[in-house]
Structures are given as C-alpha cells and as structure tokens.
Design a protein around this ligand. Structure first.
Ligand code: ATP
Ligand code: ZN
Length: 283
C-alpha cells in the first residue's frame, strides 16, 4: 500500500498540538523545523509541514491524503474534503467587532458599512444569509486596526480573549462561527486501511485524554452505593483486599464530571482514592 501523506501546520498555533497528537499515536518521526517533509519510521506515513492556509486545498487535490487544520480555514477556502475527526484543540471564534462607541447595534445596521477581514468568503456568506449588503475589505493581517485607520466600520476576525480588540478600541458584536482543529481527508481515501488504522489511533488518544483512571478502597457494604457512579469502560473491576470486608474498585471517569464524582464517591465512603492519567483507550 502506498505511503500516506498528512499535512500539518509548519509553525504557528496548531503545530505543537498536531505533532503531539501524532506522537501520542505511537508515530516516530523527526520534527525538524527546517524541513518540509518528515518520514514516519514505524508507519507508512509522511508528514508535510505547510502553511495552514494551503492545507485544505492540498488535501482536496490529493497532494496530501490527510490534514490537520482549523475549520475556519476549511470554510474560507471552501475546499471539498472529508471531515474525519474533530481534535479538540485550536478552539477559537470568528466574530464581527465594532468600535466601542459605534452606533451599530443590530445586524441590519451593517447595511452599507465597510467590514475589514482576512476571511472574505466566510464574511460574504454570512452577509448573504442575513441579507446584508456591506462592503468587504479584504486585508491579510492586522485587521483590528481597520476601524482606527478609517478603513472600515467593523471587522471580522478571530477573537479569543478579546484583549486585542480592547486595545484597539473595539468590542465583539456578533459571532459568525466557532472553529477547532480537525482531521480532514481527501474524498477518495476513506476506505484505505492505513487511514482507518490512523483514525482509530487518534480516536483512542482523544478518548483517553478526556478520561482518568481511578482506584479506590471501599467497604463491601457500601459497594452498591458507588457502582452507579463508576461505569468503567464496560463495568468497574472489583478486587478483594486482605481485610475481607474491604474491596478495591478500579474504573475510569470522564474528565468533565470528575470533581462531582470524586465528591460523591467520598460521601459514599470511598477511601484512598488514586487518580491516574490514561494514555489510550482502544475501542
Ligand atoms: P501560517 O503561517 O501557517 O499561515 P497563521 O499565522 O495563519 O499561520 P496561526 O496564528 O498560527 O495562523 O493560527 C492557526 C490557526 O489556529 C487558526 O487558523 C485558527 O484555526 C487557530 N486558532 C486558535 N486560536 C486562535 C487565536 N487566538 N488566534 C488565531 N488563531 C487561532
Ligand atoms: Zn495562515
């Protein structure tokens, strides 16, 4: 079977996490900052390091079979690719922002206004859907200085904390889209068994990331009270202790309800609770 190619960002906000997820899949490769391509030594895969903006089209055209890139870039380039898996990092929000003293109060107030952005296609689609006729000023960087320079009445840009907006006298007005990094694939490769293998590895890393392994001791008489709290992958493991009225329970807990569960377990008589990270969960 031919060697697959996966495109990831060369440097920038998505690079580190993209490399990390591939390494956590057990892939062994050199992460040379200077090279454009790196071969994985223990899987038929090559890694292409590219500018994020180029990734969707490379995958669409089959130059790369797979890619890791933000949904914002996929939507902006309108590349025809398959969404294989959301990856849970690179989360951000595209928002229209206006000067703090602006009289733009509702979406229809954008009619006849100029909006600066480096996402002209996403903006165009949003304005079309909302039946707004506004001028799109396509600029490639430092969009947030647009209103201050008199270039535009509003901007559409990535907003995370809002700090950049604030320091430029702007405030968020409306959210146009949310985005995170996703694994994409060329439309024709979905059935390839190496792709499936890689996808399964990525999914087991993601499942493990949201999970903690928990071991605790509890008196047998209290066991019933906690079993419902600990579903486990299938069901919890119960191990007898030397003291016959006690058992150890091994299970996994989802990160999001971790503290709630730990407190409920303690209240039900659990002692000596040990929590460990999980590396992979193979479905
Ligand atoms: P490149 O040199 O690859 O073109 P870039 O400068 O266009 O890089 P980065 O700033 O590294 O891009 O952002 C890459 C992606 O990270 C964005 O397209 C977006 O999906 C995501 N992202 C997450 N949070 C933020 C944020 N606060 N600001 C900008 N991008 C963010
Ligand atoms: Zn870019």
């Amino acid at each position: 079977m031919k060697t697959l190619k996966i495109a990831i960002q060369k440097s920038g906000r998505l690079n580190e996490k993209s490399v990390e997820i591939l390494k956590n899949c057990g892939l062994s490769f050199e992460n040379y900052k200077s090279s454009l391509i790196s071969s994985v030594t223990n899987f038929p895969l090559e890694i292409l390091f590219l500018r994020d903006d180029d990734i969707p089209e490379y995958v669409q055209d089959g130059i790369a079979d797979l890619g890791i890139v933000g949904e914002n870039i996929i939507q902006e380039t309108n590349a025809q690719v398959s969404y294989l898996q959301k990856l849970g990092f690179g989360k951000c929000s595209l928002k229209i922002a206006v000067p703090v003293d602006s009289n733009i109060a509702q979406i229809s107030d954008l009619n006849g206004k100029a909006i600066a952005t480096s996402y002209p296609n996403i903006l165009g689609e949003y304005l079309f859907k909302n039946k707004i006729s506004a001028q799109i000023r396509n600029i490639s960087g430092s969009v947030e200085i647009g209103p201050g320079l008199g270039l535009s009445d509003a901007i559409l840009d990535i907003v995370s904390t809002g700090g950049t907006l604030k320091s430029n006298g702007l405030k968020p007005f409306v959210e146009v889209m949310q985005s995170e990094a996703v694994l994409i694939g060329n439309k024709n490769i979905e059935t390839n068994s190496n792709v499936m293998e890689l996808l399964q590895r990525i999914q087991s890393v993601l499942r493990a990331k949201n999970t903690k392994y928990v071991v605790l001791n509890i008196q047998r008489k209290n066991l019933e009270k906690i079993i419902g709290l600990l579903p486990g992958v299938k069901s919890p493991t119960i191990v007898p202790l030397f003291e016959s009225e006690w058992v150890a329970v091994h299970s996994v807990i989802e990160e999001q309800d971790f503290w709630e569960k730990i407190n409920a377990l303690k209240a039900a008589g659990a002692e000596g609770i040990v929590v460990m990270p999980v590396e992979k969960i193979i479905a």
